[in-house]
Structures are given as structure tokens and as C-alpha cells.
Design a protein around this ligand. Structure first.
Ligand code: ARG
Length: 695
């Protein structure tokens, strides 16, 4: 009995703050535990304390890895010890007990169990548990005290050497070095203890403030020595803060330029140090001078006249660098310079910024044919480049493809163009070549795509027209006269006039406007039409035509291009044809588009004007030419259709030389048709199209 009581006292005598809390032992101790017995025990340490278990007796059945009977101890749920068998008290004391320790404020748990069989009786285990203070100063290297650490039961606190005080974080010792020197126009400032080593963990703030027309200047002298890292970064640093910015950080062994002009009458000097080092610090004298204006008004500009500083009242011209323009109150202007004055406050007024020219995204027509290569949201600043392209192979880019944002804020191409390029339809080409030579009167059936500019008019009377770009067609005036307000419907992309547009690729084109040449005379009501001078009209469609392999425009000839006698060309149309068996008899309108190669006739041949229906004579004017070939001619209902040169299959581009206009009745088999000379109307066509809002 005596021995059992004295043991804890021996065990406890090591630690003065240890407190015995209680005992833990196996069921049935010390007589022995039964099979299938178990014990679960758990306790936690209060804050700033640790909990430990001291075993004084251990006698369990021994087994491999203690798989039969065992005591397992956990710290915060982690297994820290597994015990079985028999251990002597000394062994427990030296190797087992030191491990049975919780973390500060942590928990220990103990789990004992026995299995079903025991060959021999075992007495079990007994131990006691204690709490003791955790010594943060000794045992926790991360306690955070920068100078002194003091442990007490349940916690610790930090304290500082003479001359330092404990910062608000309760751990860091700093020096009190901040000073408000407002109002002083001269004086000295140095690091604490200069020229001795300065204190660690310092954060000194010296406030200087003088009259607004004065500026503070700092004259450094003596030792300058602030800790600097190997990478040149400041570890300890001196900074001079003004309203407009910070000078520094300064460190190393080279003092800042002296005098250091601050251009400011309110200055904060900030000195910060880390927790280590024995550097000596800094010293400077401060005084005031008249405020001067700095040699920079705003970035990206130069000043004229150029000086290193400017007196109050002095005026300078600010010129923005190439590619920069003046921004006034957030708005970019077109000007590149302005005049500004040095104020008594040492500031420039005005001090508008020079900013990089922004050309903006160029305006591109909504039809999506012209597009910007690569992006819809290009970079649009000075020097940036954009590139244009046409989205369809039936268009070519007219002009340059690459433009740069110029200093004047405009997009300018390599050749100096500032107008963005246009996509113009490719004209006078067909993807399919004419396969054979043929006969209209004496004509040949055209294949789809061979004459892709030829448009068909069915109502009110059959005629032809030619597509000249993606918005306009051209025809004979007499085909569209007397239409009134009627909208004209034209068909493109077809050769068989009976093709039902709903079931094919036939393109239906609706007229928005029909413009008859102003020189085309009114029909004489009684005698019918006998004057075909200026037989030409333009048709504008309600919308842009989708060009494709079977629908492409014909080129216009050069203005006033002369036609040469015997020049070959091709006329096409859905007009009347001769019957095969009896060439003298005419069939109605042709179902298929036909074409024939015919030649321009001499003026003499043309002047010998035939009579037309009703034995009328028609004027032959300089705005016409006539053409035909043996057995080949245009005919009624071909009017308005194209006569192109060179003849098809000669190779494009093909030009619209003439428009089918008039001629003797085909039955007479004169094989001489009269055509409007398109080259005489190029200016009228271009002006008309342009005045209607381009293509
Ligand atoms: N005026 C006719 C028409 O409206 C064209 C006649 C052409 N005659 C000729 N023999 N080429 O269709």
C-alpha cells in the first residue's frame, strides 16, 4: 500500500506544473481481465496544456503485432502506441511513457481489448494521467516573439528590450520613430541610432508639411547603408511619398541623388526594416525652395522650350509623341499639342494626357461580303494593322487589302488610300466554257452557266436583260416603257424558260426601280414606236443578288470604245426562232436560251435602214450599231438581251457591247439586227448607279 501511493509522487517530481487527474486501468485489475473484455477511454487537455498517460504496470497476453490482446493509444485520433505482453516498470518509464503525450490543447484516447481465449491469466494494465503546462517559449520555435518570450501556465507572452515597444500584433518589437515635423522648413532626419545600426522591425513615418508654394528638398550626407538583397531588391527601404507618387525605394550603399527634389510641400518619409541585419541607415537635411514644375507634364510627350525644371508662371507647349493625341476630359481629340502653365503649386495646368491614337473599327457594309481577316474585334490603336478580304470568289477586292492605323487616326493602306476597299463582283467570266458553236435565229442552245449574266423577262412581254453587278441589270428602254408603277420580275440562273422557279435554282429578281434613259423618246401613240435612239434602261433590284456559277455579271465596255467592222460577238435570247423544217416560218418564243455568233457590220450596211413592222423607217443614229451573220440574227422577244464581245468561247472577260434593240421582221431573213451601243452610255450608267447609292 505504501509503495503504490508513493509511485505517482516519484513520477511527478520531474515537472513542477504536472497535475494528477486520475487513473485508468483494465477491467478486473489487478486480479486479471476476462476474455472478451474491453475499455474505451478518452480525455482532452485544456488550452496551452498537454495531457500525458503514465503506465506503471502492463501485463497482457503477448501476440504477434498484439493481434490478440492490446492497449492502443491515439493522439487526436492518430495511433501513437500499440502495447501487449509484459513490461517492467523501468522499461515503461524509459521507452513507453514519454510517447504517450498529446499536442497542446489536444486529446488522448486509449482502447483496450482482449480476445476470446487466454491460456494463462494476465493481470492487465494500470496507469494515471496528468495535465501539464506546455512551454511555448521552449518547445514551440514558431511562437512569434521577436525578442523575449515568457511562458506561463496555459499560455505565453512576448516582451521587448529597452527602446523597443511591442507592436499591436503582441509579438513584434519595434521602435517608436515616427515624427510629425509639419511646419518646419528645415531640419535633419536620420534612421534611429544613426550612425549606429538601426533597429529591426522598424516602420518609421516622418511627416513634412510646408506652405503650398514651397517644395521640400532633401540633402543626403554621411553614411548611407540600407540592407539590400543579392537580387538588388530592397530588404530595408527608404521611400519618399508625395501626392503624385513615390520616390524610391532607396537602399544599398548609394545615397539617392542629392538634393532630392520632391516638387511637393507635403511629404511622408517612410523607413521600413525587417527583423535582421546590422546596417547603419541614413541621414539627410531637409529645407524648402520655391516650387518648380517638373520637366514632364504627361507621358508620351515632349516640352518646348526644353528645360530640367520650370519656374512658376512659365508657359510651355506639350507635343504628344508620334501616334499619340491629346485626351481632354476622357475624350480623344485630333490635336497633338497644347499649351500649359506652371502653377505656384508646382503643378502644370492643364495636364491633359497624350494617349495612343485609336482608329476604331472601320465601318464595313452589312452585306458580309467584305470582311476583316482573322477577327471582328481587331486591335485599332496606332500602328495596328487590319486586313480585308472578300468572302466570295465571285468578288474581287478593289483597292489594297492591308491598312494601318495612322497617326492621324485614319486607317491608311500601303499605297496611301484612306477609303476602305470594296468588293466588286467579278464580271464577264463564266465557269463553264461554251462547248460548241451554234445558231437565236440560226442559234444554239446554251447550257446552264454559259451565259450567266442573261436574265429573262416574261411579263408583260418577253425580253432579255443583263446583270451588270450584284444589284443592277441593264436592258432596252422599249422593253420596260409603259410599265407604270408595275414591278418587273426577272429570272436568272436558268436556260429553260419553263423551269418552275420553286423546284430549281432559278433566281427571282424583283425590280425596285427602273430608270429609262432620259433621251429615249415617248412612243407616238398613232404610229407606234419608230425611234429607237437611246434604247437603254437600268433596273435596280430590291436586294443584293447572290452570285453563283449560273448568275454572274457581264463587264461594261470602256467608255466610247469603238466597234470595228467584222468584229465578232455573241447575241443570246429566248426570242423567236425559225422552225427546223421551214426556215422561213417562225416559232413563238424559244423555250431554251439560244445564242449565235454574229459580226458587226459596216456603217454603210447599217445606214441602209430596213423598214420594220408597218413599213416604217427607223432612224439609224450614232448610238447604234448593227450586226448579223449569214442565217443568224436576233429576233422579236430577244430585245433587251446582250450582245457581248469577244464571241463566247474566245475567252473572257466578256463585255456588253450592245443591247438587242430593233430590226427588220425576221421573216424577211435580212439577218441584220440593230443594237444599242453601250460604250456611249458608260458615264450615264455610272452616274445613275452612283446617285442611287452605289451598287
Ligand atoms: N424589237 C425587237 C424586240 O422587241 C427586236 C427585234 C430584233 N430584230 C432583228 N431582226 N434583229 O424583241
Amino acid at each position: 500500500m505504501m509503495l503504490r501511493l508513493s509511485l505517482p509522487l516519484i513520477l511527478l517530481s520531474h515537472s513542477a506544473y504536472s497535475m494528477l487527474l486520475g487513473w485508468v486501468e483494465s477491467p478486473g485489475y489487478p486480479s486479471g481481465y476476462l476474455p472478451h473484455s474491453s475499455l474505451n477511454w478518452s480525455r482532452c487537455a485544456p488550452k496551452g496544456h498537454t495531457l500525458s498517460i503514465r503506465l506503471i504496470h502492463l501485463d497482457l497476453e503477448d501476440s504477434h503485432e498484439c493481434e490478440n490482446d492490446a492497449v492502443k493509444v491515439y493522439s487526436n485520433g492518430n495511433l501513437i502506441s500499440v502495447l501487449c505482453g509484459k513490461r517492467e516498470f523501468e522499461e515503461l518509464q524509459s521507452t513507453v511513457n514519454p510517447l504517450l503525450l498529446s499536442s497542446p490543447g489536444g486529446c488522448l484516447s486509449l482502447h483496450f481489448y482482449s480476445d476470446f481465449s487466454n491460456t494463462k491469466r494476465h493481470t492487465g494494465f494500470r496507469g494515471f494521467y496528468t495535465v501539464q503546462d506546455f512551454d511555448e517559449c521552449e518547445d514551440d520555435p514558431e511562437n512569434g516573439c521577436t525578442q523575449f518570450c515568457h511562458n506561463f501556465i496555459g499560455g505565453y507572452h512576448c516582451s521587448c528590450r529597452h527602446g523597443y515597444y511591442l507592436d499591436a500584433d503582441k509579438h513584434t518589437c519595434t521602435v517608436s520613430c515616427s515624427k510629425d515635423l509639419s511646419g518646419l522648413t528645415r531640419g535633419d532626419i536620420s534612421s534611429p541610432s544613426w550612425p549606429g545600426s538601426y533597429a529591426e522591425n522598424a516602420n518609421c513615418e516622418y511627416t513634412l508639411s510646408v506652405a503650398p508654394n514651397l517644395q521640400l528638398e532633401l540633402h543626403f550626407s554621411g553614411v548611407f547603408d540600407l540592407e539590400q538583397g543579392h537580387d538588388g531588391q530592397c530588404i530595408d527601404a527608404l521611400r519618399v511619398e508625395t501626392r503624385t507618387g513615390t520616390l524610391g525605394p532607396f537602399c544599398g550603399n548609394t545615397a539617392p541623388p542629392s538634393p532630392l527634389l520632391t516638387y511637393s510641400h507635403n511629404v511622408k518619409i517612410r523607413f521600413t526594416t525587417d527583423g535582421y541585419g546590422t546596417n547603419k541607415g541614413f541621414f539627410f537635411h531637409f529645407k524648402t525652395t520655391d516650387k518648380l514644375c517638373p520637366p514632364v507634364v504627361t507621358l508620351h510627350s515632349t516640352l518646348a522650350p526644353e528645360k530640367s525644371e520650370y519656374r512658376q508662371g512659365q508657359t510651355v507647349t506639350v507635343t504628344c509623341d508620334q501616334g499619340y493625341v491629346v485626351n481632354i476630359q476622357g475624350v480623344q481629340t485630333l490635336s497633338t499639342e497644347y499649351v500649359t502653365t506652371c502653377q505656384v503649386t508646382g503643378e502644370w495646368a492643364p495636364d491633359n494626357a497624350c494617349e495612343l491614337v485609336d482608329c476604331g473599327v472601320p465601318e464595313i457594309p452589312e452585306d458580309d461580303i467584305l470582311y476583316l481577316v482573322g477577327t471582328d474585334t481587331p486591335h485599332t490603336k496606332y500602328g495596328d494593322q487590319i486586313q480585308f478580304n472578300c468572302s466570295s470568289k465571285y468578288y474581287t477586292l478593289e483597292g489594297d487589302d492591308t491598312y494601318s492605323c495612322s497617326a492621324s487616326g485614319e486607317w491608311v493602306s500601303g499605297s496611301g488610300q484612306s477609303q476602305i476597299p470594296k468588293c466588286t463582283p467579278v464580271c464577264g467570266m463564266h465557269e463553264k466554257d461554251i462547248s460548241s458553236i451554234g445558231r437565236i435565229l440560226g442559234g444554239q442552245d446554251a447550257n446552264l452557266g454559259e451565259i450567266p449574266w442573261h436574265l429573262l423577262i416574261k411579263e408583260p412581254s418577253r425580253g432579255g436583260a443583263s446583270l451588270i453587278n450584284d444589284r443592277w441589270a441593264i436592258t432596252a428602254a422599249h422593253v420596260v416603257e409603259n410599265l407604270g408603277d408595275m414591278q418587273l420580275v426577272l429570272y436568272g440562273g436558268l436556260v429553260n424558260a419553263q423551269t418552275r422557279d420553286r423546284f430549281s435554282d432559278v433566281v427571282v429578281l424583283n425590280s425596285e426601280k427602273i430608270i429609262i434613259h432620259p433621251g429615249f423618246s415617248k412612243e407616238t401613240p398613232l404610229r407606234g414606236r419608230i425611234d429607237f435612239d437611246n434604247d437603254i434602261a437600268l433596273i435596280r433590284f430590291t436586294s443584293r443578288v447572290n452570285l453563283g456559277p449560273n448568275l454572274l455579271p457581264i463587264c461594261l465596255p470602256e467608255a466610247n470604245r469603238a466597234l470595228v467592222t467584222n468584229e465578232q460577238g455573241t447575241v443570246s435570247g429566248w426570242g423567236k426562232t425559225e422552225t427546223k423544217r421551214d426556215p422561213g416560218k417562225l416559232q413563238g418564243a424559244s423555250r431554251m436560251l439560244k445564242y449565235a455568233h454574229i459580226a458587226v457590220k459596216s456603217l454603210d450596211q447599217c445606214r441602209d435602214t430596213p423598214t420594220i413592222e408597218g413599213n416604217q423607217h427607223v432612224r439609224f443614229t450614232d448610238n447604234m450599231f448593227c450586226a448579223g451573220a449569214d442565217g443568224k440574227d436576233s429576233c422579236q422577244k430577244d430585245s433587251g438581251g446582250p450582245f457581248v464581245t469577244p464571241y463566247l468561247s474566245a475567252g473572257g472577260p466578256y463585255y456588253l457591247a450592245g443591247i438587242v434593240s430593233w430590226g427588220p421582221p425576221c421573216e424577211e431573213r435580212k439577218y441584220k439586227g440593230y443594237y444599242t451601243k453601250v460604250a456611249n452610255y458608260i458615264d450615264w450608267i455610272k452616274e445613275t448607279i452612283d446617285s442611287e447609292g452605289n451598287s
